[in-house]
Ligand binder design. Sequence first.
Ligand code: GRF
Length: 221
Amino acid sequence: MTSTVARPLSIVVLISGSGSNLQAIIDAIGTGLPAKICRVISNNPQAYGLSRAREAGIPTDIVDQHDYADRESFDQALMNCIEQDRPALLVLAGFMRILTHNFVRHYNEHMINIHPSLLPHYQGLNTHQRVLDAGDTVHGVSVHFVSPELDSGPVILQAEIPVQTDDSAESLANRIHTQEHIIYPLVIRWFAEGRLHLHENSVILDDKEIKLLKYDPATHE
Ligand code: GRF
């Protein structure tokens, strides 16, 4: 009798900071997410996420932009580092560096990012404070395929949180993180199971085009 065992999705994770999303992915793999993190790469040698990766026995590398003359040579070095593993998916998890168009084109359809806002609103930094300043009553987080423009690209899944009158940027960030740690592993699972892909700039999930899908704990496992 022969049995076929599906190989786990090979991923490389890029980080710059704490790496709590990386940790959520590591934990999800520990409980059955069919993926393997081949390598974690940081542009910041001090990123705490590097310790999380080492703790989990994942190879790490640092590609520091200060060691490169320009954006192109940095991105080339980053690409060389990533290509040691030829991952099926590149996961940006708090990677605070704008990537060149060539880099993004190279990983087209195979690179996702998580951004703490309901895209297309609040691209860029300081999203929590900007939501408070605008008096919004709803905030959220988006997982999206990466396109050359900053924090844009087809959105795969969003999770919303209500903004409360006593919220601060910090309290919003904490509640957003909780949602991030649910939806990022979920989207990676869909990709690993072959249910999710990009087709002519449209997000296809289970053979249907989706637009601004909202996370629903009752229906999304
Ligand atoms: C997250 O809020 C993510 O949305 C943004 O950067 C932050 C990274 O947090 N892109 P962490 O390093 O995963 O804790």
